[in-house]
Ligand binder design. Structure first.
Ligand SMILES: [Zn+2]
Ligand SMILES: [Zn+2]
Length: 144
């Protein structure tokens, strides 16, 4: 579910009309190279392997990425949002699974749960801007 290791994150930022800065690139890379959505504290730890960043700056960058649709803010049913890549041609829209024991969030294969958002638009007069489908249960690790 990750973007290619050879992905040019500066290009990705530009394509999404975000001014590329080294910190923004480091944050995007840290999110994109994970196989699951991360909480802000986990992103912070991942970015700090490469460069230093403070909490305020990190949250500002995350907000910007969410605004631009680069990153999705996902509710895990607890207090901390998780952040995963938005829908790009590398990364199809998909549902998530949250373990109610350890709190880990996993990406589900897009074909496991397919939703036709366009049909939802046609059927009603509502406008759908954001889709966040969450399954809850016990993860593989916690079952053992
Ligand atoms: Zn678990
Ligand atoms: Zn995901």
């Amino acid at each position: 579910m990750t973007m290619s290791k050879h992905c040019n994150y500066l290009q990705v930022l530009k394509r999404n009309s975000v001014d590329p800065t080294p910190l923004r690139e480091a944050v995007l890379r840290s999110i994109a190279e994970q196989t699951r959505p991360l909480a802000a504290t986990e992103i912070m730890a991942a970015v700090q392997i490469r460069t230093s960043i403070n909490k305020v700056t990190l949250y500002r960058i995350l907000d910007l990425f969410v605004d631009k649709g680069l990153v999705k803010r996902l509710s895990a049913g607890d207090r901390a949002f998780r952040y995963g890549m938005g829908e790009t041609h590398h990364h199809q829209d998909h549902a998530h699974f949250v373990c109610t024991r350890c709190g880990v969030m996993e990406c589900l294969e897009p074909e496991l749960f397919h939703m036709d958002v366009k049909k939802l638009h046609i059927k009603g007069k509502r406008i759908i801007n954001h889709v966040d489908v969450r399954f809850e249960g016990i993860c593989e690790n916690c079952r053992e």
